[in-house]
Design a binder for this molecule. Sequence first.
Ligand SMILES: Cc1cc2nc3c(=O)[nH]c(=O)nc-3n(C[C@H](O)[C@H](O)[C@H](O)COP(=O)(O)OP(=O)(O)OC[C@H]3O[C@@H](n4cnc5c(N)ncnc54)[C@H](O)[C@@H]3O)c2cc1C
Length: 496
Amino acid sequence: MAEGYTGAVGGEQALRTFAAFARRACGPETVIDDLLERQAYSCDGLTAHRAVPGLVFVPRTSDELITGVRELIRLGVPFVARGAGTGLSGGALPETDGVVVVLARLTRILEVDPISQLAIVEPGVVNATLSAAVRDHGLYFVPDPSSQVACTIGGNVAENSGGAHCFKYGFTTNHILGVEVLTPTGDLVMLGGESMDVPGPDLRGVFIGSEGTLGIAVRIVCRLMTLPLAHRTMVAYFADVVAAGDAVTHLIRAGIVPAAIEMMDRGAMAACEAATGAGLSLAWEAALLVELDGTTEEVQAGLDQVRACVSAAGAGEVWVASTEAERDRMWRARKAAFAAAGRVAPAYIVQDGVIPRTALARVLESIRSIGREAGLTILNVFHAGDGNLHPLVTYDPNEPGAYERAERAASDIVRVCLSEGGSLTGEHGVGIDKVCMMPEQFTSDDLATFWRLRRAVDPAGLANPGKLLPTPRLCGERPGRYVTHPLESLGVASRW
Ligand SMILES: Cc1cc2nc3c(=O)[nH]c(=O)nc-3n(C[C@H](O)[C@H](O)[C@H](O)COP(=O)(O)OP(=O)(O)OC[C@H]3O[C@@H](n4cnc5c(N)ncnc54)[C@H](O)[C@@H]3O)c2cc1C
């Protein structure tokens, strides 16, 4: 159903007209047109794909944002919202003839209502900043992506981000009450509201996870939760990943609901330990980090149950944090995993797929054999409770053919997830990365329905074109992997 989707008209002249308009209406410091500075916005966390945007617009207030984006719409210029650019699926990859709309300056927490347990924020507020700001009220914002010290709540909304504690408490969508959206036709609409249940269809839910394709979140109503009174955290070690996978199934079948269940294989543990010196034992093939929260009595009882369960599943050693500092060390190790993988190889692809938890052990075996066949080291570190895998497929970009092997291995892993009845993304989104795999999970009728929805909201195709939903053009001409030209390395030439 991509046919008939005409796309934007924009062009060079429209970009120049917009730049002049934004300088006049919003101030010269809101426009970045210098080539070198634009290059800083050429990719997000998926650095293998790059495109230098035609222009970057950095509004300082929501009024400037709305004024600027309405002018882009009038001119028919495609635009891509960008929070912190930590996305791992290329969602914020620009169009060379479009504008990146950077929301990082919209960082105001507009309201905190501790009685109703909500906060209203601008989209550029950093995830961890919100929790820090409401801590004195005994509250926090639950979604906790490992990137939480950098990523924005606008980005979390667009990706429906997850995190270690989403197993018990749900994903971003479960913690957002309302979103004020600037639609791709320039209207300001409030989706949802300030309570859990607003009459009518759940358009708030439709917007969350739409990856910037249905408009820009301008104001976000976040649900806050009461900080748990107590927590206990432990690391259980296993002689192999299959036993650790089985332990997860046993834990959940026993009716235990930990706040988090994270798994690391030996390769991931070694990298994390080297990066953080947290004290992980490297004598084992796999570890489960399990956290319980609640009242002191609840967590103590839960801890005893978890201990019994992991021991029955074959855990060889259990490390229970006895101080807050020890707990911090455990989490620091886990949350450092993506950065720490840089110690194993100069480059890696972060895959993100979902499987039914019961298939965990089988799928980990398949990942092992995919890595062996590709001749690549794959590290596994993931949200085991949700069945949300994050294999890190490492490779050396200087080795001819290595990137292609890594990309094939990463795609094969997703196909294993799909064959088990899982999903091609758990929390990192489709972006540009998986857009061509969408037909492997969804039927053409499904995709046609998605397209109808998108066209109804964005008839001109201006909001984040090329992402999330496949078009024949896109899948044939996806921007290739970025390879630095020797003249670029020497600083003699640059590319835009
Ligand atoms: C080290 C590391 C660890 C990570 N760990 C996790 C994790 O545990 N769980 C997880 O879910 N993700 C994780 N991520 C991925 C990433 O951090 C999340 O997807 C995050 O929500 C992106 O936020 P951002 O502000 O960086 O968004 P960006 O990367 O800037 O944008 C992401 C997408 O959101 C759109 N967008 C941004 N702001 C808005 C807005 N206001 N309105 C509409 N659309 C918008 C963009 O167009 C783009 O499509 C991790 C990334 C890194 C680098």
